[in-house]
Write a protein that binds this ligand. Structure first.
Ligand SMILES: Nc1ncnc2c1ncn2[C@@H]1O[C@H](COP(=O)(O)OP(=O)(O)OP(=O)(O)O)[C@@H](O)[C@H]1O
Length: 321
């Protein structure tokens, strides 16, 4: 059984219109399908505003889909009561946010922050919780001396270690990391990434890893999901990209990564990303695609299975081959 399965998930936000009256729909996530197995890492890439964080929030149950289903170990998340969701699913997923400075309560001591999920879920006795906090601090490389410090007294890297310890407190099976290093100094990014990889491998975690850093996503992931304007346009085995990426957008995104330049011809995208309130018809990338034809505007390209043993699908009628 799959650990997690998203089936036809849409998230639409209703916002006040820039016009004098009325509302607009923001199509943050459109028809997302995703399968995650135990121990597997799926990387998510795409430009700012393409729906990566929305996808992450759906995966951890922080965002209810407008349409579609999210199943955890076969059970539909949004058919459960909120208490069932918190007790069953809630303890099995952990999330790490981009900026630990805002994700952690500034007034609480480190030990209390890490213990909080254990308190909420009434895990063990107070002594057992204190032991678990010490264990978690050691797991993420935090010295015991910072147990009584508040986040403001820590470095950015240490704060992210606190966030990781808190996310792991309930021994989740799945960790979602949304740009976990982009708010950190370049000098500590590698340390935090290495820690995440080490913990993932040691604890056998499944992971959804979101980053603008394509080279890192390629290194960390089994599969890579590329998003454009709320849609997953391609899902490919990490080892096969960029060479075997079929969707022009995925090719373009990867071709802009200097360390991968030898692998594909550089492609420069022109024109603005259309608004998420009025995505283009058919293939929503067509307004920036150098291969677009009238056909691309007519209807959404069908999902194509690229073949091979690993899961590899894309939506394009003029794929790069
Ligand atoms: N609560 C909300 N209300 C209205 N619109 C929203 C809301 N949350 C997200 N959006 C919109 O949905 C779209 C997807 O946003 P999302 O944050 O998921 O993108 P992202 O790829 O994570 O971007 P970034 O890389 O900048 O974090 C964007 O157009 C965003 O403005």
């Amino acid at each position: 059984m799959n650990l997690l399965e998203l089936d036809g998930v849409h998230v639409v936000h209703r916002i006040r219109s820039a016009r004098l009256f009325g509302h607009d729909n923001v199509y943050a996530l459109t028809d997302a399908n995703l399968v995650l197995n135990a121990g597997e890492t799926v990387g998510v890439v795409g430009e700012s505003g393409c729906g990566k964080s929305t996808l992450a929030k759906v995966v951890v149950g922080l965002q209810q889909p407008t349409e579609g289903s999210v199943r955890y170990q076969g059970d539909s998340l949004w058919d459960m009561t909120s208490a069932e969701r918190a007790a069953g699913f809630g303890r099995n997923v952990g999330m790490i946010f981009q900026d630990p400075a805002t994700a952690l309560n500034r007034r609480l001591a480190v030990a209390k922050i890490i213990r909080d999920p254990l308190d909420v879920h009434r895990e063990g006795t107070p002594a057992q919780r204190a032991d678990r906090v010490r264990e978690l601090m050691s797991l993420v490389g935090l010295p015991e001396s910072v147990a009584d410090a508040v986040p403001g007294q820590l470095s950015g890297g240490q704060r992210q270690r606190v966030a990781i310890a808190r996310a792991l407190a309930l021994r989740p099976a799945l960790l979602v990391a949304d740009e976990p290093t982009s708010a950190l100094d370049v000098s500590v990014r590698a340390q935090i990434l290495n820690l995440l990889v080490d913990l993932r491998d040691r604890l056998g975690l499944a992971m959804v890893f979101i980053s603008h850093d394509i080279q890192t996503v390629k290194k960390m992931s089994d599969r890579i999901v590329t998003m454009y304007l709320g849609r997953i346009v391609e899902e490919a085995p990490a080892a096969a990209v960029p060479e075997a990426a079929h969707h022009p957008y995925m090719r373009a995104l990867f071709s802009a990564t200097p360390s991968l330049l030898h692998a594909v011809e550089p492609i420069v995208l022109t024109g603005p990303v259309p608004s998420a309130t009025a995505p283009p018809s058919g293939c929503n990338f067509r307004t920036r695609c150098w291969k677009a034809t009238d056909e691309c505007a007519a209807e959404l390209p069908a999902l194509v299975d690229a073949g091979g043993s690993a899961r590899h699908t894309y939506r394009c009628i003029h794929p790069e081959l």
